[in-house]
Design a protein around this ligand. Structure first.
Ligand code: MF3
Ligand code: CO
Length: 251
């Protein structure tokens, strides 16, 4: 499938989807406390999504059973919320959420500290978030997609961590997953040329140890193979002729 270029009307809708998703993340961050379950945080996120008249895009996607992915410590992504899984002080918690507003999608993820965490865990969270910003320095018309991939990996590796290779970012619009796929590590080819009007979900997943991951028996939860900590940071962005516009943060 070709990479879709959004019209000004579509972009306006995706801006609103992104604005709402940013609020969903703010509310989940405020609510996150030791002693609550991963199911509790999912419910809070789902309620905020619905309060804005949006649909949680993850719920039912390929059979996924919840609105939010909640991935704790060595869980990389796609952790399934569970009433029995209590979040404890010292955990790092990745929250990934998607909304559909007026037929258009927004997708974003954040990793938070629960209470006091180790210096190493805080560095992992900070490097993961910053790697997104390093990547999008190259996200503008005329550059190539894999300029973003290389910038993310270079930053992460320079700080002693590794980028997950088995999962990638993606185009986004009417569908959650559109072309192109966006790897978070250096590629041999340049990738497609970026054009104004492309909307992309860029989402580095960064491991404190090696980049290898495996899937749990629930067929969803992705964990680090070496059991090291992992963090995730994602935003939906718009490519323009100049600086990219981050749609899923509050301005
Ligand atoms: N944000 C994710 C992604 O980019 C997670 C979606 S998985 C789902 O692919 F099944 F939970 F929807
Ligand atoms: Co995504």
């Amino acid at each position: 499938m070709a990479i879709t270029i959004k019209s000004e009307r579509e972009i306006e809708i995706m801006r609103e989807a992104g604005r709402i998703l940013a609020i969903v993340h703010e509310e989940m961050e405020k609510a996150l406390k030791p002693g609550m379950s991963t199911w509790d945080i999912n419910k809070i996120g789902e309620n905020v999504i619905r309060s804005y008249g949006c649909k949680p895009s993850f719920l039912g996607y390929n059979g996924y059973p919840a609105a939010i992915c909640v991935s704790v410590n060595d869980e990389v992504v796609h952790g399934i919320p569970n009433k029995e899984h209590i979040i404890r002080e010292g955990d790092i918690v990745s929250l990934d959420a998607g909304v559909i507003y007026n037929g258009y999608q927004s997708d974003a993820a954040r990793t938070h500290a629960c209470g006091k965490i180790s210096a190493e865990a805080q560095k992992l969270i900070d490097v993961t978030r910053q790697s997104f910003y390093e990547g999008i320095k190259f996200a503008k018309e005329g550059n190539h997609l894999h300029d973003i991939s290389a910038a993310i990996e270079d930053y992460v590796v320079a700080h002693g961590f590794s980028c997950v290779r088995d999962l990638v970012g993606h185009g986004i619009g009417r569908e959650m997953h559109e072309d192109p796929q966006i790897p978070n590590y250096r590629q041999k080819k340049k990738g497609p040329r970026l054009e104004a009007g492309m909307t992309l979900a860029i989402e580095p997943m960064v491991n404190a140890g090696r980049y290898d991951v495996c899937w749990l028996d629930d067929d969803w939860t992705v964990v680090t193979e070496d059991e090291s900590l992992s963090a995730h940071y994602e935003n939906t962005i718009l490519i323009t002729k100049g600086e990219p516009e981050i749609l899923s943060i509050r301005k």
